[in-house]
Design a protein around this ligand. Structure first.
Ligand code: MRU
Length: 343
């Protein structure tokens, strides 16, 4: 049985489930230096915005062990830059890397304590989002078992425990109010097909997997009561970057009159990015599109376009659930007008 936490600091290094090998193999990867962490982030052994933030935070501690940050800062700074830019779209990675690196002058012990704080904050945020999100969904669809469509993997694997959008599914299940989860497979790396199904199966929650292109059509046929997605970055106007395919689901949800809800911690809200056009979208190159796990699915050398994320405009989003507040865009709320419930 794989550990409950996706990643953690154990015996002076980071241990994480290698997500590239799921669901066939549950292998724990031990990461004790920055190049290994950067490689793990780039090849998606660890992924999902909050988990990337925690990985980045611990990577700074590893950098501090390799290059004394209280001495000549050159090596330390170069290592930090590699970590914070390993993937560009999820704001958590650079944000949490910077948060820990800001304590460099206080030494490695202080940085490790801050990284633990970030881990613990994300764990607590997941629990709160699950509860608050489930309350909102039940308010919107009526107090009855819910059919929830979701994309990518937004469970414990993408955070540290429980998740964001999938935390809401988890909580509905615990309350005996989940009729079924409908994860979309999420081409090209199949985070929905490989990871979300793995988590739902372990939980014992009812679910049926669909291909990406079935999502909008099934919404038009009334197959789901709500669409729940996570986020890699929420811009100041509410536009939301998330896994490629989220935008198509939002169009389907709008067409069908189904609420489309974003679930993300405040650590993913980026008020310095004005709107979705300003969000850098990671381009992962054509190979992932033309192959699957080294098996070609197109003639060798086929060119491709591979944006890892898209942006759902705020006009398509009913609400954003964070660990501190519910922002009901559909009712005129904005991120800057909506107060935090807990500060
Ligand atoms: O490319 P990935 O797998 O890192 O993309 C992850 C997502 O798009 C998630 O939906 C997002 O990070 C929110 S996860 C809690």
């Amino acid at each position: 049985m794989a550990p409950t936490r996706t990643l953690d600091w154990i015996n002076d290094a980071v241990e994480m489930i290698d997500q590239t090998l799921l669901p066939q193999q549950e292998v724990v990867l031990r990461v004790a230096d920055v190049p290994t962490m950067v490689d793990a982030i780039k090849r998606l052994a660890v992924r999902g915005a909050p988990a990337l933030g925690v990985a980045g935070a611990y990577a700074v501690v590893l950098a501090g062990r390799q290059h004394d940050p209280t001495g000549d800062p050159t090596g330390f700074r170069a290592a930090i830059e590699q970590v914070r830019t390993a993937r560009p779209t999820a704001v958590n990675l650079a944000r949490m890397t910077d948060r820990v690196a800001a304590l460099a002058g206080a030494g490695v012990g202080a940085m490790l304590a801050e990284a633990h704080r970030i881990r613990d904050e994300e764990i607590a945020a997941s629990t709160t989002m699950g509860e608050v999100g489930a309350d909102l969904v039940l308010e919107l669809v009526g107090n009855r078992p819910v059919r929830a469509m979701t994309i990518c993997n937004t469970g414990g694997l993408a955070t540290v425990e429980r998740g964001t959008a999938l935390a809401v599914v988890h909580t509905l299940f615990e309350r005996d109010l989940l009729a079924e989860a409908i994860p979309v497979e999420t081409r090209p790396l199949l985070q929905g097909g490989r990871l979300t199904t793995w988590e739902l199966q372990r939980l014992g929650a009812p679910h049926r997997l669909i291909v990406d292109s079935a999502g909008p059509f099934l919404l038009s046929r009334g197959a789901a009561d709500v669409v729940l997605i996570g986020a890699d970055r929420v811009a100041a106007n509410g536009d939301t970057a998330n896994k490629i395919g989220s935008f198509s689901l939002s169009l389907g949800a709008r067409h069908a009159g189904v609420p489309f809800i974003v679930v993300a911690p405040e650590s993913t809200v980026d008020l310095t990015t004005p709107d979705g056009n300003a969000i850098e979208i990671e381009d992962r190159g054509p190979v992932e599109v033309a192959t699957f796990r080294d098996t070609p699915i197109a003639p060798e050398g086929t060119p491709g376009i591979n944006p890892a994320f898209d942006v759902t405009p705020v006009a398509h989003i009913h609400s954003l659930v964070t660990d501190r507040r519910v922002v009901r865009f559909a009712e005129g709320d904005t991120l800057t007008s909506t107060a935090h419930l807990v500060t």
